[in-house]
Design a protein around this ligand. Structure first.
Ligand code: PMP
Length: 289
């Protein structure tokens, strides 16, 4: 496997970074997770825009322009002969000393890994997932804005640990007011009175690219979509529920905190959106070959 590291395609074993990199020492850096389907990179522009916005927010200057980053991603895909892939782009602050001061890190490290990803077994997409709400609250935007896809995912990892400890694969995270915001690596949608709801990003959710795609697909189908507050009560009484994310795609949810959602099977609208999404992924994007 070849990995892109600061302008070169090197063997996986040689893709090494200093232990003094502040990405390692402090989680000081940003990343993106992108998918390619059948040799076409899905929503590449949106992912690159978000990566550069995340970097701008933490005052990290990515040492290559967006077009060059796109070329580097394509080159990495080609070097690995991949058509279907999960692409991870990581830009860390770079090597510094043991203090926090980012000015000591002169050269950010840019890494592109292209590989496969399987988050959940196929059965889950057919039968639906059971999830729970957990005690750890999502970061407040005034502390760490969830729009920054940073290398510090401890908030989400704590929630994931709580779900796993209780025997579940995914957790619903609430914000400091107890409102539903998102899951540990996915956005959340519910269907209520035939209207699709997802929490507004300002409450503490990442504005997911899959989330935006699903909103667009649903509206095209004539389904009303609202970005509005969702409480636990709304969640438990939803007609349908599903999660969205680049790696997980669209995952139907059939039980939350022991409450059965709808008839306990993936909902009709959810299944239609999964189909529409699949169709879109194989024809929409930037061609690698
Ligand atoms: N929320 C969080 C916390 C995430 O990390 C992600 C991405 N894995 C998402 C939502 C989904 O975003 P996207 O659809 O852009 O992958």
């Amino acid at each position: 496997m070849k990995v892109y590291l600061n302008g070169e395609l090197v063997d996986k074993e040689s893709a090494l970074i200093s232990v003094f990199d502040h990405g390692y020492l402090y989680g000081d850096g940003v990343f993106e997770g992108i998918r390619a389907y059948n040799g076409i990179i899905f929503k590449l522009r949106e992912h690159l825009d978000r990566l550069y916005r995340s970097a701008h927010m933490i005052m990290l200057e990515i040492p290559l322009a967006k077009v060059k980053m796109q070329e580097a991603i394509i080159a990495t895909m080609k070097a690995n002969n991949l058509k279907d892939a999960y692409i991870r782009v990581v830009v860390s602050r770079g090597e510094g000393d043991l203090g926090l001061d980012p000015r000591k890190c002169k050269n950010p490290n840019v890494v592109i890994i292209t590989d496969k990803i399987v988050l959940y077994p196929q059965e889950l997409y057919e039968k639906g997932m059971e999830i729970i709400t957990v005690p750890t609250r999502r970061n407040i935007p005034e502390a760490i804005n969830p729009q920054i896809k940073s290398l510090n995912y401890l908030n989400n990892i704590l929630a994931k640990i709580e779900a796993i400890n209780s025997g579940y694969q995914e957790a619903v995270m609430l914000n400091h007011d107890g409102l539903v915001v998102e899951c540990t690596g996915d956005n959340i949608f519910i269907l209520k009175e035939n209207v699709l709801f997802t929490p507004p990003a300002y409450l503490g959710a990442l504005k997911g690219i899959t989330r935006d795609t699903v909103i667009e697909l649903a509206r095209k189908k004539g389904i009303e979509v609202k970005e509005d507050v969702i409480t636990r009560y709304d969640l438990y009484n939803a007609q349908e529920c599903f999660l969205t994310g680049t790696a997980a795609e669209i995952v139907p949810v059939v039980k939350i905190d022991g409450r059965v959602i709808g008839n306990g099977k993936p909902g009709k609208i959810t299944l239609q959106l999964i189909e529409d999404f699949r169709e879109l992924t194989i024809r929409d994007g930037v061609a690698v070959y």
